[in-house]
Every structure is written in structure tokens, then in C-alpha cells.
Design a protein around this ligand. Structure first.
Ligand code: ADP
Ligand code: MG
Length: 268
């Protein structure tokens, strides 16, 4: 099963994807997480370090794909989760999905995609990025991470629009749901998910432990083992992992028009 996780920059996509990856692995599944962001830090909390990116590796091997071994780009981190970082083009140039496409091509050539029960793509989802829709062409399900803020929900809606568009172009990708993150309240999130007729999969609060886990290079599950009081949060990730492993049908979201987005929350 291939799952693409989207959301506005800084909303907590990588934090969410990494904790989901570990939660799914703890259910006994083989998991690969692919970070698709020039920031290349998607898998930092799992690997405990910045790993070399596919862009760097392709460069090192002079684009001789046949010389590249799985061990050059796939690293095993906490909980037995395997991780890959695509990297990105130099600042100022767009990739148009090229880097993600090359990564998938490489993994398919190595015949490693079939080793995994679940592959998670953590995708830069800012509305300005032209290449961000590419993983939707490979995914069975998409999740979108959003806080309870208008701008995060606006980006989430754009991603829903992309899922609708991909279905019209013949791709079979469905929305598994919206994940609330950095949420002290959920009023706007609930209004939005009701309106787009898409499940709210889970809600993670704004927590100091999560901010710190990022800096220290640990997922919440590792912190839990170290005795930190994060059980409520790991329980939420376990719940979401089980939901995804139940292979939900998912939905084609009832995406909101851009103008309507500005009207939707006025009554709140
Ligand atoms: P993205 O991948 O969407 O750019 P990150 O997952 O890197 O976002 O998160 C951005 C920053 O916000 C990180 O420093 C992370 O630790 C912090 N963060 C994410 N989720 C939470 C949360 N629920 N509570 C507190 N801090 C959070
Ligand atoms: Mg990220």
C-alpha cells in the first residue's frame, strides 16, 4: 500500500509521517518512508541523522543507475523503518516532480518496492510547487496534515483539489483523511472535514515534547521508551496506523472552491 502525506510547509508533515511510519512498523509491517522535500529532513527523527539524498547519490555515480545499490540510498532506522530522502533541485530551480519520479524509477529498477507492506511519501505540499502532485500518481491513499488554521486548511483544500484532478485523469488515488496537528482546538478542522466529506483521522495537540523530539532526532515512540510522558500521542498514532492498515476505501473529497473557502468559516 502506498500512502502520500501532504500539508502546508511547517505544519508537521515530517513529524506526522515519521510517527505514523513507526506506528505502522510496530503493527508488524515492513515500512519505507520516502521524504520528498528539498529540506531532506523527513526521516531525521527515524534515522537519527541526515542521510544522503537520491540527488546526491545520482550525482556521485554520474547518473549510472546500474551502479547504485539499494544500500547506497536506503537506510534502516528506529523500529526497523527503512528511509529514503529524494532531496531536491538547487534553490531557485523547480523539479516538476522529476526528483520523485527518478527516485521511484530507481527503487523499481532495484526491485525493492515490493519488499514493503507500506510505503509512505512525505511530500512538500505548498500550493506553489508544481511537482507536488507527482506522488499522487503512485499512491493508493493520500492523507493531509493540517492545523486548525485557515492557511493550513487552504493548502489542505488545494491538495484535495489535486486528488479530484488525479481521479479525473484516470489515477485511482483516494483521500484516507485529514490529520489534525498542532491543534489546541478543532473547530475549523471539523467544519472543513464535514464540508469536504472526508474523515478526520486523528488529532495531535501542540506539544513541547514534539518540538523537542525534532531537535533531538527521536520519534515519539523512542521518547516513550525513554520514559517521557507521550503515551496520549503515541496512542493517537497507533490508532491512525490501524485505521490505514484496515485498508479504508478512502474518498474523493468534495473539495471547496477557492472563493467558498473564504466564506466557509465566517459563522465560526
Ligand atoms: P513539515 O514537514 O510540514 O515542514 P515538520 O514536521 O518538520 O513540518 O514540523 C515543523 C516543526 O514543528 C518541527 O520543529 C516540529 O518539531 C514542530 N512540530 C510539529 N508538530 C508539532 C506539534 N504537534 N507540537 C509542537 N511542535 C510540533
Ligand atoms: Mg517536512
Amino acid at each position: 500500500m502506498i500512502i502520500a502525506v501532504y500539508g502546508k510547509g511547517g505544519v508537521g508533515k515530517s513529524t506526522t509521517t515519521s510517527n505514523l511510519a513507526v506506528a505502522i512498523a510496530k503493527e508488524g509491517k515492513r515500512v519505507l518512508q520516502i521524504g520528498c522535500d528539498p529540506k531532506s529532513d523527513s526521516t531525521f527523527t527515524i534515522a537519527g541523522k541526515m542521510i544522503p539524498t537520491v540527488v546526491e547519490i545520482l550525482d556521485k555515480f554520474n547518473y549510472h543507475y546500474e551502479s547504485i545499490e539499494p544500500g547506497d540510498l536506503i537506510f534502516t532506522g528506529y523500529g526497523g523503518v527503512d528511509v529514503v530522502e529524494t532531496g531536491g533541485p538547487p534553490a531557485g530551480s523547480g523539479c516538476g516532480g522529476y526528483v520523485v519520479g527518478e527516485t521511484v524509477k530507481l527503487l523499481e529498477k532495484m526491485d525493492v518496492m515490493t519488499r514493503y507492506d507500506v510505503i509512505l511519501f512525505d511530500v512538500l505540499g505548498d500550493v506553489v510547487c508544481g511537482g507536488f502532485a507527482t506522488p499522487l500518481q503512485y499512491a493508493d491513499l493520500a492523507c493531509v496534515v493540517s492545523s486548525n488554521d485557515f492557511d493550513a486548511l487552504f493548502a489542505a483544500n488545494r491538495i484535495c483539489e489535486s486528488v479530484v484532478e488525479k481521479n479525473m485523469s484516470g489515477y485511482d488515488v483516494k483521500m484516507a483523511g485529514v490529520i489534525g496537528n498542532r491543534c489546541d482546538q478543532v473547530d475549523l478542522l471539523e467544519t472543513f472535514t464535514r464540508r469536504i466529506e472526508t474523515p478526520l483521522m486523528g488529532v495531535v495537540p501542540r506539544k513541547e515534547e514534539i518540538r523537542q523530539s525534532r531537535v533531538k532526532g527521536y520519534t515519539l515512540f523512542e521518547l516513550e521508551e525513554m520514559g517521557e510522558p507521550v503515551q496520549d500521542m503515541t496512542a493517537e498514532f497507533r490508532k491512525m496506523a490501524r485505521y490505514l492498515l484496515s485498508k479504508p476505501d478512502g474518498v474523493i473529497p468534495n473539495a471547496v472552491g477557492t472563493r467558498e473557502m473564504f466564506e466557509l468559516f465566517k459563522g465560526e
